[in-house]
Ligand binder design. Sequence first.
Ligand SMILES: C[S@@+](CC[C@H](N)C(=O)[O-])C[C@H]1O[C@@H](n2cnc3c(N)ncnc32)[C@H](O)[C@@H]1O
Length: 267
Amino acid sequence: MRVTYTDICRRFTECGIENAGGEARILIEEICGEFSSEKDYLCDQLLFAVEKRCTHYPLQYIIGKWWFCRCEFEVNEDCLIPRPDTEIAVEVAQKLMPQNARFADLCTGSGCIAISLLDLRPDTSAVAVELFPKTLELAKRNAERNNVADRFVGVLGDVLSGNVLGDEIFDVIVSNPPYIRSDVVPTLSKEVGFEPLAALDGGEDGMIFYRRIVEAYLENVSYDGCFIFEIGYDQAEDIKAVADNSSLKCEIIKDFGGNDRIAVLRR
Ligand SMILES: C[S@@+](CC[C@H](N)C(=O)[O-])C[C@H]1O[C@@H](n2cnc3c(N)ncnc32)[C@H](O)[C@@H]1O
């Protein structure tokens, strides 16, 4: 069966896919290796992908990659899909890190934060921690793919139990941990339902990772250093309380949509 760009847009719109035109274009380009809005494509793989997307399976997992900052990342069901708002964490860390900084990225997932920072700042080096072996392997492949593997050390570990960084001191500890409240997770979009639950669920109040990370890793932050956290749009007051509890100052930075998104905690 032949299919055109317009057919795919129509099918996506029927299925409630928001950015029907943009997604149709990406699928055609990625699967057929070229794009034309006029041409009709004879390609079973494209038809299969369109129907898969109509089940609300994420486009990013279908094409097996996504773009974040200046890099391209392999993505699959083992990792959270990198989000545009997370680029702000990279932007903030890039500005705050001193020359030749050493930083840690806790809960690294695809590795998008650490790898983008290493790409933007060739003077820096990173330790990236992840709980799941398959996800950590993916992050390491992404470090290779973006030519920063020589400055990227992947560590398998549970940031909630003990301290996986030992006694090493870092200029910055950056983290986009799971921060959705457990009761909110089931209400998220169908697409998010295909992403790993362990990448989303931040416990009853969504704050468990921030509390544990600040408690367990403050000694790993240099005297002038800081934590840089991505937070939920409604978590500014809660993260300020976490900072207060450890006598830290807390600065909140907004995202592109004007929502609170990044918290910088320092002494
Ligand atoms: C919200 S995702 C963030 C991924 C990536 N940093 C990003 O910004 O797209 C959180 C990540 O933390 C990992 N994770 C969950 N629990 C963890 C734990 N206890 N210790 C270490 N990593 C954990 C998940 O597997 C997931 O990859």
